[in-house]
Design a protein around this ligand. Structure first.
Ligand SMILES: *[C@@H]1O[C@H](CO)[C@@H](O)[C@H](O)[C@H]1NC(C)=O
Length: 612
């Protein structure tokens, strides 16, 4: 029963990781981003169902503008913050200043924020967490501040929020017309993919996409003295984003020349810069600006409507003494396309989940050729690691542990090479699992080039948990070598340690498999997680059923045992068969059921991991 309790506790911990009570609330006044957002939760990429509806798109001092925050369909938000900002805001270091005063017309409980001194404007934030479908507000400003826009962040729950959604522009009629004053987002021509493979080399993902629908696209065209590059990516449409093209000798980050296309929302500019990935480290560093200026002939870029793109020309022979900038000719490279978030024009590192992982061309290309590359490099060692671990923990160890826990009394009179059946299966499956785990660990160390930690939780925990599990399953066969005989008084101590290490390993392994499936490099489709969830629930049900069954038959078995002991005492010379346990037919069918389902699920999962 203890093992079940531990498993249940592990589930509780897993659930606690996703707390039902949301901690996310709105918002920091300067950034308009929510507080207490769990790790790894990012603002939504899809268009927001929440809108800022205004009664007028111009303003005059002290005239009220009615503002409705609405939710489409049956969506709702729990928490929000809204502020009015000037649109001609340009300075990089200055904080944005809230403009005007707010009132909640419909009595929604709110608090005012960003109040530094009396003349300043304020932001408005909700103070209750109930579901809101419509909030009516009123805004007025004592003065003119040029053209304005309302920005609001809507928090639904811990996993879902939309940040800094814009209203339409609120024009100041006395200011210069917005087209000249407020820098509107410039949009450059889309990347034409019709010429892919004919006039220019392309790498697009997914296969055959055209620019507006590509997750990533890069093109190159050699003009003799320089090369024209185009690079673009889909983004979540939020302010500061980047996309980069790296030239790499392998399919990994490290020792690569990188061309960045970074959007800075503070000045509405999308700029190209050069950087490099440090050898042997997963780190990107900017190159000094003069190197970029020396290399670039021309550049343009835009970030609009969820598309970031740059078009630029780079001189072919910029090779510098540091070797960070390479001559763009006479070599072949893997093309790496990556994207991520930025802050004021500075790139932040990309994530490692499936949709955040850079795509890498499966083979090397020369920039003087015009292939139309699609598909992405795969990481067979990662996949092999996943398959092996799944086989070891889902198949081998779950069956082996089930037998030890519930099937010891079964088949009491049968032996296989003088050993009981359960022991033969337990021993062999565990030995197999042990070997398989060691191979899997070696593979992943080879892939990662040694011990490496990913920056974010829960991925960061994967190798650490892995090592703890590995130590447990390393200790177990060692202490099994020194297993005392059955009547030795140390045997219960042995049994206890053997049980404890085995249980710790198994209980940690299952969550670790779930974490592992999230690694982008494994490229496991999201729905595979549900297959695993189904299996875990199935396994738990089998365990609980067997546990209950064991309780129910306990008395009967004890009586049979007593009778057997008595008979043995009375006839010490005769061989007497050990009693068969009660309910053995039921137990046998459960074992078959578990074996069948687990085998099928293991096979499906291994195929999914290997093929996808
Ligand atoms: C806000 O909603 C109310 C009620 O639905 C409506 O009467 C009012 O016109 C709306 N205001 C704006 C600015 O759309």
């Amino acid at each position: 029963m203890l093992r079940v309790a531990v498993l249940v506790a592990a589930c509780a911990v897993a659930l606690a990781y996703n707390p039902i009570l949301d901690t996310t609330t709105c918002c920091s006044c300067q950034t308009l981003l929510p507080n207490n957002v769990p790790d790894n939760v990012e603002p939504q990429r899809m268009p927001s169902p929440f809108k800022i509806i205004v009664s007028r798109n111009y303003y005059a001092p002290l005239e009220e503008i009615k503002v409705n925050l609405t939710a489409e369909g049956d969506t709702y938000f729990r928490s929000f913050m809204i502020v009015a900002w000037a649109t001609d805001y340009r300075s990089d270091n200055q904080l944005r200043k809230a403009v005007g005063k707010w009132d909640a017309v419909d009595g929604t409980p709110v608090a005012k924020d960003c109040l530094n001194n009396q003349e300043d404007g304020e932001a408005l934030r909700s103070t209750t967490m109930d579901a809101k479908r419509m909030v009516k507000l009123a805004w007025r400003s004592p003065e003119r501040y040029g053209h304005l826009e309302f920005r609001a962040t809507f928090v639904v729950d811990d996993d879902t929020y939309w940040a800094k959604e814009k209203s339409q522009m609120i024009v100041d009629p006395k200011a210069d017309p917005p087209t000249t004053k407020a820098p509107l987002p410039q949009i450059i021509d889309p990347i034409n993919s019709a010429g892919c493979g004919k006039q220019k080399g392309c790498y697009r993902y997914p296969h055959g996409c055209w620019e507006l629908y590509c997750e990533y696209i890069a093109t190159w065209e050699d003009h003799g003295t320089h090369i024209t590059f185009e690079v673009g990516a889909h983004t979540d449409g939020l302010d500061d984003r980047w996309v980069s093209l790296a030239l790499s000798n392998d399919t990994y980050m490290g020792d690569d020349m990188v061309m960045d296309c970074v959007h800075n929302s503070e000045n509405h500019q999308t700029k190209v810069s050069l950087s490099y990935n440090e050898p042997g480290k997963k780190q990107n560093r900017n190159l000094p600006e003069y190197l970029t200026n020396k290399a670039l002939v021309f550049q343009e870029g835009s970030h609009f409507n969820g598309r970031i793109r740059c078009r630029f020309q780079i001189r072919k022979y910029n090779k510098d003494s540091t070797g960070r900038v390479v001559a763009l000719t006479g070599n072949k490279w893997h093309i790496i396309l990556a994207r991520g978030n930025a802050v004021q024009g500075n790139k932040l590192r990309h994530g490692l989940l499936e949709h955040q992982l850079p795509v890498v061309s499966p083979y090397k290309v020369s920039l003087q050729t015009i292939p139309d590359v699609h598909d992405r490099a795969r990481y067979p060692l990662v996949k092999a690691h996943g398959c092996l671990m799944l086989f070891a923990f889902v198949f081998c160890s779950s069956i082996a542990l089930l037998l030890t826990k519930y099937y010891k009394p079964m088949w009491p009179n049968k032996r296989f090479f003088e050993q009981r059946y359960w022991f033969v299966v337990h021993f062999n499956l565990m030995a197999l699992a042990f070997l398989v785990v060691i191979i899997a660990i070696i593979l992943i160390f080879v892939e990662a080039g040694g011990w490496s930690l990913t920056p974010d939780l829960p991925q960061r925990a994967h190798p650490i948990l892995g090592i703890i599990i590995f130590i447990c399953i390393l200790i177990n066969p060692i202490i099994a070598l020194f297993r005392p005989s059955e009547d030795n008084k140390c045997r219960p101590v042995f049994n206890w340690f053997h049980w404890a290490f085995g249980t710790i390993a198994n209980v940690l392994a299952i969550p670790n498999i779930f974490i592992g499936m999230d690694f982008g490099k494994a490229m496991i489709p999201w729905w595979a997680t549900w297959i695993m969830v189904f299996w875990v629930i199935f396994h738990l049900i089998i365990e609980v059923t067997l546990e209950v069954h064991q309780c129910c038959t306990h008395k009967k078995n004890k009586e049979r045992r007593k009778k057997y002991e008595a008979m043995k005492r009375d006839n010490p010379k005769n061989y007497i068969q050990e009693p068969e346990p009660a309910g053995r037919r039921f137990k046998r069918s459960l074992l078959w059921l578990h074996l069948t389902v687990t085998t099928i699920i293991t096979i499906i999962m291994i195929i999914v991991i290997a093929v996808c």
